[in-house]
Design a protein around this ligand. Structure first.
Ligand SMILES: [Zn+2]
Length: 375
């Protein structure tokens, strides 16, 4: 990862870079911040930056052997501890390292719930048990593979039970040589104050909209979409990423709705068939979502037509289309089009043949759209 992939936190990035350039890394750091602050990816980027042999512009190069290992979470001097749902087979974090790796690589900003979902913990409350602390001592007693620092990243130390906390405290009091602990914590209130007092605090703030927009644009989003996602996410970058993904599917739905209305308006059997095939292939859940989404756009059409613009909920991208399309939806046909969408929804839920269903619907909607607006 790059530091630039984490929104905001400028002062923290500079402070961490300085620790490395001055070779003054404290033996225990407490990265405290809420789930969307990026304290976990920051910890890993910091380790990557420390090990990188070809740093450029205050970023890890992503190419050297050390960077490559970190990017796969496979560096022998980077260890992890995190809450697990223990069982006979799973007693230590390393027993579910593969799951952790996959979850983190799929979403660098995963939160506690994302991780618990990955573990299929269901009714269990994942914790960090005392056995884990014994294992930490064992692991850190070996010399490092690459002859430099060893890092121990403890994610959610607040999930340690009392005996694990006390054992960790002992380790922090007499830290092994060349070992750096990074405690990545979301809730310091649940952490022993004696642990907190033995760490150097790095407190993460809430990223502002501009910082989130910059990172989303790095990911290829347009400025307009990035701004919308950042505004909705209120400083939580994980949330912003989820909204961005949803936007993506909304954009696809809008295109699908536009396609339908285009062929329904000027009914043409050659054009309607590909649309129907595509809709049939979407599956029932998406068909239902499409119909609900269509109902929302139809409602906004009527509002645009009757001076209720302030009540419209559609986004800019949708509005551009609705402004052109809304004259076709009016008091003379609105209710009956809505009825058609609702009827289709009812039949999709009951497993009707989608090809017949959507063909019927497009024929009726074609008739209804061609009803003249009453004067
Ligand atoms: Zn590198």
């Amino acid at each position: 990862m790059f530091f630039a992939d984490i929104p905001g936190q400028k002062e923290i990035k500079e402070r961490l870079q300085r620790m490395i350039s001055e070779e003054r890394i404290p033996h225990a750091l407490l990265f405290l911040g809420n789930e969307g602050s990026g304290n976990l990816p920051m910890a890993i980027t910091f380790v990557q930056y420390t090990f990188c042999t070809n740093r450029q512009n205050e970023e890890p190069c992503q190419k050297c052997a050390a960077c490559q290992k970190i990017l796969k979470l496979g560096h022998p001097d980077l260890h992890f501890v995190y809450p697990i749902a223990s069982s006979k087979e799973v007693r230590l974090s390393e027993h579910v390292m593969q799951e952790f790796r996959e979850a983190f690589l799929a979403n660098n900003f995963m939160n506690q719930q994302d991780w618990f979902d990955e573990l299929n913990a269901e009714n269990k409350q994942p914790t960090i048990a005392a056995e884990e602390s014994n294992n930490i001592i064992k692991k850190l007693s070996y010399t490092s593979y690459e002859g430099g620092y060893k890092f121990m990243v403890i994610w959610q130390p607040e999930k340690m039970n009392a005996s694990a906390s006390n054992k960790l405290l002992k380790i922090l009091e007499e830290p092994p040589d060349m070992t750096i602990f990074i405690l990545v914590c979301h809730n310091a209130e649940q952490l022993l104050t004696t642990i907190i007092s033995r760490t150097q605090l790095v407190k993460f703030g809430i990223a502002d909209d501009d910082a989130i927009v910059t990172v989303l644009q790095r990911k290829g989003l347009s400025e307009q979409t990035a701004r919308y996602c950042a505004g909705m996410a209120e400083g939580n970058y994980r949330e912003a990423l989820l909204i961005a993904r949803e936007q993506d599917s909304n954009t696809a739905q809008l295109q699908h709705f536009q396609g339908f209305m285009r062929v329904a308006l000027n009914f043409n059997v050659f054009k309607i068939n590909p649309w129907i095939d595509q809709t049939a292939a979407m599956g029932r859940e998406k068909q239902k979502y499409f119909l609900q989404y269509g109902l929302q756009l139809l409602r906004d059409c009527l509002l645009l037509n009757s001076g209720g613009e302030t009540l419209v909920r559609s986004r800019n991208e949708e509005l551009d289309f609705l402004k052109k399309f809304s004259p076709f939806v009016h008091m003379g046909n609105y209710e009956r089009i809505v009825e058609e969408f609702n009827k289709a929804y009812y039949h999709v839920e009951r497993n009707a043949n989608p090809k017949i269903l959507f063909m019927d619907m497009s024929l009726v909607v074609n008739e209804l759209l061609n009803i003249k607006k009453p004067v």
